[in-house]
Design a protein around this ligand. Sequence first.
Ligand code: AMP
Length: 541
Amino acid sequence: MMMNIPLTVPAMLEHAEKYFSHKEINSRTATSFYNLTYAGLANDTRRLSSALTKIGLRKGDRIGTFAWNHHRHLTAYFGIPGMGGVLHTINIRLSAEHISYIINHAEDKVLFIDAELVPIIEKIQHELKTVQAYIIMTDDNTLPETTLHNVYHYEKLLWEGDENFDFVKDIDENDPAGMCFTSATTGNPKGVFYSHRGIVLHSMSLGLADSAAISESDVMMPVVPMFHVNAWGLPFASVWFGAAQVLPGPMPTPAVLAEMIENHRVTLTAGVPTIWIALLKELENGSYDTSSLRAILCGGSAAPKSMIQTFEKKYNIPFLHAYGMTETSPLVTVSRLKKHQKSYSEEARLDFRSKQGYVVPGVEMKVIGKDGEVKWDGKEMGELLLRGNWVADEYYKDDRTKEAFRDGWLHTGDVVTVDPEGNIKIMDRTKDLIKSGGEWISSVDLENALMAHEAVFEATVIAVPHSEWQERPLACVVLKDGMRDKVTKEELLDFLRPQFVKWWLPDDIVFLEEIPKTSVGKFLKRALRDQLKDYLQTTSK
Ligand code: AMP
């Protein structure tokens, strides 16, 4: 038999402490820039774990963080699991009602809060049933004025901790190390726990050559927030593998991101398509050196083909399209060409790479359509089911577990096709599919096609009720600056016409100033439907 050594989060940091002590983390905070090494991070982390123990926290306690991407948050990523606690990252962009729900549901004992976000928590403090203390992360030597009680200054607390603290040893690899909530279409957010084991195995998958291939030579900049699926697990993997890190801090603008890429010679960055659409605009207007980038890792919603093409052709920045969800840690698929596909035509290669790709080793999938498992013909649509060692198997104390986790599989609610190579293509969320005359129309396909038009900045497509066809597609388009008087609905429809069968074409196109987005930058179709309620009432047939 083989040895059986628990896979734990503190062991990942200990590895970096030993072998990558000089590697750097560059961090932007509300008022400053910080630079620390992995030796410094390990020292801070030991102090933090020790300090949390001193203030009475124990193994299994949930400890919330309400913060942007910076070095203090990274310290909490390791310091909380390092003393046996559960790192509960809270999405700062949720409604006050949802924030208090998830803090209460997780039963957080302590909250780490960025000073500039304190007012949000002050407003809901009376709703919080389990929080006993607050740790404020600030660049100032003193605490900001606050109505919160039992407040600690993060840096001062750290200095009371012991730099020789030994990380907990009595943890089972299946103990929870992290927790995150995902927004539901209706009702309260749903919580999932990440085990130590799940985080370690997921990190390993991020290092595989045919996945994100994170290595010691990388300079990693996660733009995806550390309050959303552990910034896709990138901080954990980067520490373990000794990659340098660049943490872009509060509300990074596209200009801040472009500057950080240039100044720190970032090799790999990650985020949702809306970030990259905005960065493209910045690159078009300014002059930045982005030559250090070996890839942009993009997921969270479908990456438009036109965007991939512009990054690669115009800026020589390779693009890596990936798919996952909060419930899956998140990495599930990465879109990479197989060896024999590399000689395909440019168009064919781009077509493949704009799909979501095939599952990384360690995750299994099954796609169930109307008549059982779908054919791998790139046409038949079905729901994607997943299982694997970094896939959750329940929602925390939530009845919706029954619906999503059945027969050992996570039912994702994503509708996909599978091509003969095993690549999935996300056609829609089950709830967003447009069903016209009994046939499905993919809103994602129409959106991507519209976003390939040179005048279009963003586009989304929603269903409009229709008496004869049940539903018909309506396109909502934001044009690029200066394009308002230059392009008409008819021109956009003419642009789509050769690409789709007739009945897929939107019945109408409305021009908007902005498309409402979710807390993590995805198109919020529900809000769009509300916004267009009057329009929908007058036009629905
Ligand atoms: P979240 O749990 O907030 O990360 O959202 C997960 C959902 O985002 C998935 O179930 C998909 O609907 C969507 N998603 C994630 N990655 C992609 C992608 N590359 N293309 C299309 N949709 C995606």
